[in-house]
Design a protein around this ligand. Structure first.
Ligand code: NAP
Length: 394
């Protein structure tokens, strides 16, 4: 009960806490428990981010390592989606001293998803927050330390690597980046209000919940067209709203969509507003040529206007592509030796919880191998130096 009271207090304090997404729905008792647990995790995050590391303190610590020496980990995992937690399960199970820094939304994108039906092992589906808390507990069970804090700075130019959060400085022999990507938002006020209540950013995840509904998809790229085609399996109709008069998507996907009798296009149009009560009822679409607005009945609005990889803090430290995704070589290695990446932060193609978890596992195995090899390399170097010194003294 104390736990719930504290959660209530923090809930009042900070509008950022998005538990109303779940709360307003009025779900089952177990769903509410999951939601409160999410609030608890979020509160933890805010409590831990209350104390800031300022630059002076940073200077002091790095120049006098005897006082407040940063804690050194074998691996620091940045991010706590399926990739991060799965990696944590593997690295801590391999007896590596592991720290997971969970980021602004502990548990990642699945914390704002309702039911997950396509994660293997759950024949009746599982709520996203519950799935993520299970993963967190599994990683902790093997010894991973999870802190609900946000990384604000990294230094991959020094060894060990240095990771700074709002409240602490950490050092790591290796780093695994699992910060994911965030769906680009339309940026209209009603979007947040209807998130999880008709507005979705993932057709593969949420499509089956929209059986028999009129659906609107926004965007003109591969994702929008692929998702619109997928949604015709469930929806009564699918309308694609695109801001230009031609698509960016590949020709083959375009042809498929044009041939599909369930798909209609609204060209040169943008979503201006969303209307409804507990759920979406209508989407207001504006023609950008004549500013005329049309109110279209719809039960679902899928926003597919691209993703932004969460890589801002790695700028200048790692190689990224022109869209900001981390570039990998040899499966999970980044351009810096000892720094690895897994999940949506490099994968713009699959973007599924299960693929992210798979990448997390791969990267963890690579980290383990790399640490073993670098330990051997160091021992060989020491041996060589000792032999050289012995030779000179003779
Ligand atoms: P994308 O290619 O960047 O396309 C985003 C679309 O959203 C564009 O049509 C863009 O319009 C529109 N858009 C962007 N911001 C908007 C805004 N604020 N309001 C309205 N519309 C907006 O993103 P994506 O479709 O997610 O694809 C990402 C990458 O994954 C691409 O390289 C794609 O080829 C790849 N992908 C491949 C496959 C496949 O091969 N099967 C499937 C999915 C994705 P404009 O066209 O006017 O810029």
């Amino acid at each position: 009960m104390v736990f719930l009271e504290y959660s209530c207090v923090f809930l009042k304090f900070d509008e950022y806490i998005t538990c109303q997404i779940f709360w307003n729905r009025g779900g089952s008792f177990s769903e509410q428990i999951i939601n409160w647990s999410y609030v608890f995790l979020t509160c933890n995050y805010y409590m831990s981010t209350n104390t800031h590391v300022d630059n002076d303190e940073y200077q002091d610590r790095s120049s006098s390592p005897s006082a407040n020496m940063p804690v050194l980990y074998d691996v620091i995992i940045i991010g706590s989606g399926p990739a991060g937690y799965t990696a944590g399960v593997y690295t801590s199970r391999a007896r590596l001293k592991t720290l997971i820094i969970s980021g602004t939304l502990p548990g990642g994108q699945l914390m704002t998803t309702s039911e997950v039906e396509n994660y293997p092992g759950f024949p009746n589906g599982i709520f996203g927050p519950e799935l993520m808390m299970n993963m967190r507990q599994q990683a902790e069970r093997f010894g991973s330390t999870v802190i609900d804090d946000e990384v604000i700075r990294v230094n991959f130019k020094q060894r060990p690597f240095m990771i700074t959060t709002h409240s602490q400085i950490y050092e790591a022999q290796s780093v695994l980046i699992c910060t994911g990507a965030s769906p680009r938002k339309l940026g209209i006020p009603a979007e947040g209000q209807f998130a999880g209540r008709g507005v979705s950013y993932c057709a593969t995840c949420d499509g089956p919940f929209f059986r028999g509904e009129d659906i609107i998809v926004v965007g003109g790229g591969d994702t929008a067209i692929e998702e619109a085609t997928f949604l015709t399996k469930f929806g009564k109709s699918v309308k694609i709203v695109h801001r230009r008069d031609s698509l960016r998507a590949s020709k083959i996907l375009q042809d498929k969509a044009f041939e599909n009798p369930k798909i209609k296009f609204l060209w040169n149009s943008v979503v201006a507003d969303i209307k409804g009560g507990k759920k979406i009822a209508d989407v207001v679409v504006r023609d950008i040529n004549n500013e005329k607005e049309l109110k279209i009945p719809a039960g679902g609005l899928f926003v597919a206007i691209g993703h932004e990889p969460n890589t801002a803090i790695f700028k200048g430290q790692l190689e990224t592509d022109d869209k900001g995704y981390i570039v990998l070589k040899n499966q999970t290695r980044t351009s810096v030796d000892g720094v690895f990446a897994a999940g949506d932060v490099h994968d713009y193609r699959y973007r599924q919880a299960v693929t992210a978890a798979g990448f997390g596992c791969m990267a963890a195995l690579d980290v383990e191998k790399w640490l073993t090899e670098s330990k051997h390399r160091k021992q060989e170097e020491i041996q060589e130096r000792a032999e050289y010194a012995q030779g000179r003294s003779k």
